[in-house]
Every structure is written in structure tokens, then in C-alpha cells.
Design a protein around this ligand. Sequence first.
Ligand SMILES: C[S@@+](CC[C@H](N)C(=O)[O-])C[C@H]1O[C@@H](n2cnc3c(N)ncnc32)[C@H](O)[C@@H]1O
Length: 288
Amino acid sequence: MLNIAIELHDKTNCFRVPTVGDRSVAVLDLCMAPGAFLRRALKSMPGSLATAVTLPIAQGGHEILLSASLLERIQVHELDLNFLAADMGLIDQEIPDDHPDKAKFLPLLLNEGCVFDLTICDGSVQRPHRQIIADYRQDLEPSRLLLMQLVLAMEHLEPGGTIVFRPHQIDQWETVKPLHQFSNFGKVMAHKPTSSYQVKSSFYVVVTEVDSTHAEALKSVALWKSTWRAATLICELEATAHSAEIDLDSERVLNEFGARLIELGEQVWRVQAEVLGNANWLKKEAAK
Ligand SMILES: C[S@@+](CC[C@H](N)C(=O)[O-])C[C@H]1O[C@@H](n2cnc3c(N)ncnc32)[C@H](O)[C@@H]1O
């Protein structure tokens, strides 16, 4: 992870964010462990302070691999991010008594007014965690995790701040949407690390100068919240139908954003194509 953090910072400067005045830079890392990204951010911004969420090891989370001196600058919350219902505006009375996680949802983590200059959203669902989560979470968990991170990031971002997140497959609709949405209220960069994960479709998005108060930003956050709530409260089939109902107009998105999407995708596709082109297992498949 450290190689990825170094490369990502070299290419995008994402872990050094500008601030006004001489206050400490505040960083939020929503899926922190083992902690390479946060380490890179805290080291490149002396005096910066962080709030971090990490999945408890007993629930399949990773060990935190940070020095004691860095940990002194971080307030760590050990919890499952997708239990932060109150942060998503979901109140206890709205959760049915027979909901499998009724007793597990958590009170508000981030109060109004709690803001950050940089938010890192590098969560990905890991197998040990998937094995213990309730059935309703199985299929939609990756999308719920991303939505939760994006909502928290946006609702607690200092205007002009930076968000880093990791979607999959740049040309799939579920990825095109947030890229297009962010391009309405921030400067979007995409980078696929060459040091790791090349064969996978995931890549990093860095959005700088995010105007979190922009009307399109507020609209996007409302949409993400509504999609997360549906995936949390109703069955997968109904949640998918709900998402389709409130979905963006794909033709409009492609007209407005198609050319930029191709620009953003160039490096991402190139890195993945090169590694797939040299993969022995793929050559063997093709020879069959
Ligand atoms: C690729 S790792 C993040 C690596 C990290 N950015 C670093 O620099 O070391 C993905 C992280 O997402 C976390 N994660 C997955 N689901 C989560 C959840 N529901 N709540 C909190 N963390 C979660 C995993 O435990 C893991 O720490």
C-alpha cells in the first residue's frame, strides 16, 4: 500500500492540500488500516491531524501499522462504517424492528461543523468481513460502502477540499455517475497505480477544489443517501428498482461528459491492458 500511496501522491499531489491561514490541516480517513495513505498524508503535511475509521480486527479488519508518533496525531474510531445510520440521516424509528442489524446501527459519529481538508475513501469489502455480515448486505455491500464514504466525505469537507476514492471499472455506469457528478463541482483526476493492483479494474480518483456547497453537490449527496437508505432498508430487488427510478439520464451524462471520461480513462485502461496483455494465464486461455 505504501508504494501506491507514494505513486498516487507523486502523480496527483493528493496528500498535500492547501489551507487558508496557519491552522492545522485536518484529514479524515474512512477506511484507514493498515494506514499507508494516512501515513503519507501526515508525513507530507507536518502538524496535520487526523480522524480515522477502521474496521475492528474481530470483524475482519486489518491491523493498523503506524508508528506511535503518528498515532498520537490520529483519533481512531474502530467500527463498521456501514452501521453509521445516523450519519446518513436514518433515525431509529425508521428502522423496522425485524431489521437484522437493528441493534447494531450506531449514533452520530461526525457532528455538524466537524470538517476536514482531505478525506480518503479507500474502503473495499474484504472476504473475512463478508463472511460475517448479514445476508441483505452481501450483494450491494461494495456500493453501500462507497456511497457511505462519499456522503461522509462531502458532508464534512471544507469548501475547496480534496477527496480521494477508489471505484472499479471506469466505464461501468456506477462509476461514470460519480465521476460526472464530481466534475460538476470539483477538479477530477484519475490514476491507476502501476506499482500494484494493475490487473484489477480498480483505480483512484482524486477530486480537488471540491465545492461541497454547490447545488449539484447537494443534489448528488441527496441521491447517494437515498440509494444507501434503500439498499439498507428494503430488499435488493426493490432497492435496485429504486435506484433505477432516481437514476441520472445516461444520454445526457454521456453528451456532457463522454469526451472527458475517455481522457480520464486513458491511463487507467493502458495500465490494465498492458498487464493483461502480458498475463500468462490469459495467454493460456486464449490458446485453448
Ligand atoms: C485497501 S484497504 C485500505 C488501505 C488503506 N488505504 C491504507 O493506506 O493502508 C481497505 C480497507 O477497507 C476496510 N473496510 C472494508 N469494509 C469496511 C467497513 N464496513 N467499515 C470500515 N472499514 C471497512 C478494510 O477493513 C480495509 O482496512
